[in-house]
Design a protein around this ligand. Structure first.
Ligand SMILES: NC(=O)c1ccc[n+]([C@@H]2O[C@H](COP(=O)([O-])OP(=O)(O)OC[C@H]3O[C@@H](n4cnc5c(N)ncnc54)[C@H](O)[C@@H]3O)[C@@H](O)[C@H]2O)c1
Length: 340
């Protein structure tokens, strides 16, 4: 009997680091990490396999499925929002084509092994499209089915992949006479902007928050690409890891949605700046709104309604804004730069 395995695509990214740490410490499963660039030591060494490869490489995916008994896939590999907007055709290939490959892998593996395969998908608040700032302010906490008209390639990719996942789970091969279902159990989360104390984001549009904090901690000047009124929901990285693993563990019968909002805290750039200056009085932050990137931030909701996640699988963030800053970000970011 082979050990059950967890496949993590995009394992070398920000969420991947946290997730690999989590499974290496807590799981009895084999952990298979896949990324264009393999995970660095020592984290890479804590995986059963640490593979360098592309999710668009079908032969590689087939080899992985043949060599490991995959029960869960955390499909993190993607081009993030700013990168996707700069290379939309490539973003579609990686974000949609790659997700379709992983859904097929999950289906084929389920058929061969006889057990369902869960596919955890990190969607985003980019799946929303608020028409203007006034509507955004008036809407407050948006529900999953509202404002689903994203204005970015990344948001369109995410929203479509949510639908693909729902299709594979509920409607796959609906015309087949001996319809057996796909065996794929797709579970998606619409993450807000994530802030890690240990890694710096690249290619995202909510990056101004972690960038401002990290710049202040290392004493570097920062030009913020949104204005002070810009508001987004954010989450500390440990809560993002909790959300993924908690949703994965939820009994299938309890899940009334295939993709859930999850919230933690909503802050404006002004509030964030004030908290950063309270901690680092010499922080040198200038606000210089980039109309294009600032416009994308304005098109994302200021907050999300996560009632369904709380009701169906007990979602509860551990970190509000103050606790995220005081207990997670400030001490860890300080220690991180003190060592350098
Ligand atoms: N970080 C956030 O704030 C945030 C918010 C919402 C959703 N998400 C989603 O969570 C997931 C992970 O985000 P992250 O912050 O860790 O991003 P990241 O950019 O840090 O990591 C993504 C990883 O995917 C890898 N990758 C890209 N293309 C690949 C390919 N073709 N084959 C294999 N690997 C490939 C990259 O090398 C990178 O290591 C993404 O799907 C992202 O859209 C992130």
């Amino acid at each position: 009997m082979r050990k059950p395995a967890i496949l993590i695509t995009g394992a070398s990214g920000e969420i991947g680091h946290g997730l690999v740490e989590h499974f290496a410490a807590n799981s009895q499963h084999d952990v298979v990490a896949l990324d264009l660039k393999p995970l660095e030591a020592p984290l890479g060494g804590r995986c059963t396999a640490n593979l360098a490869g592309d999710i668009l490489d079908q032969a590689l995916l087939q080899r992985i499925a043949a060599e490991h008994d995959i029960h869960e896939i955390y499909h993190l590999a993607a081009l993030l929002s700013t990168s996707a907007e700069r290379a939309p055709a490539q973003a579609h290939q990686v974000n949609v084509g790659g997700t379709l490959n992983l859904l097929h892998l999950a289906h084929e593996h389920s058929r061969r092994s006889g057990h369902p395969v869960k596919l955890l998908f990190p969607s985003s608040i980019a799946a929303y499209g608020m028409p203007d700032r006034a509507t955004k302010a008036k809407a407050g906490k948006v529900k999953e089915h509202e404002f689903n008209a994203p204005s970015t390639m990344y948001g369109c990719n995410k929203l479509y992949c949510e639908h693909l996942g729902r299709y594979f789970t509920l409607h796959f091969q609906q015309l087949a006479r001996d319809r057996q279902g796909s065996g794929v159990d797709f579970r998606g989360l619409r993450f807000p902007g994530l802030i890690s104390a240990f890694t710096m984001p690249t290619g995202g549009t909510s990056d101004y928050a972690p960038e401002m904090i990290h710049a202040a901690a290392k004493g570097a000047p920062y030009r913020c690409f949104v204005d002070e009124e810009a508001r987004l929901p954010f989450m500390a990285m440990p809560d993002a890891i909790t959300a993924l693993t908690k949703l994965a563990a939820a009994p299938a019968g309890q899940l009334r949605l295939r993709t859930y909002n999850i919230g933690a805290f909503s802050v404006s750039a002004r509030e964030l700046h004030a908290r950063v200056v309270a901690e680092w009085p010499k922080a040198d932050v200038a606000f210089a709104r980039d109309p294009a990137r600032g416009g994308i931030v304005d098109s994302w909701p200021g907050d999300v309604d996560d009632t369904a996640a709380r009701r169906d699988w007990g979602w509860q963030p551990a970190f509000d804004f103050e606790r995220a800053m005081k207990e997670y970000l400030i001490p860890n970011v300080r220690a991180f730069y003190a060592k350098r």
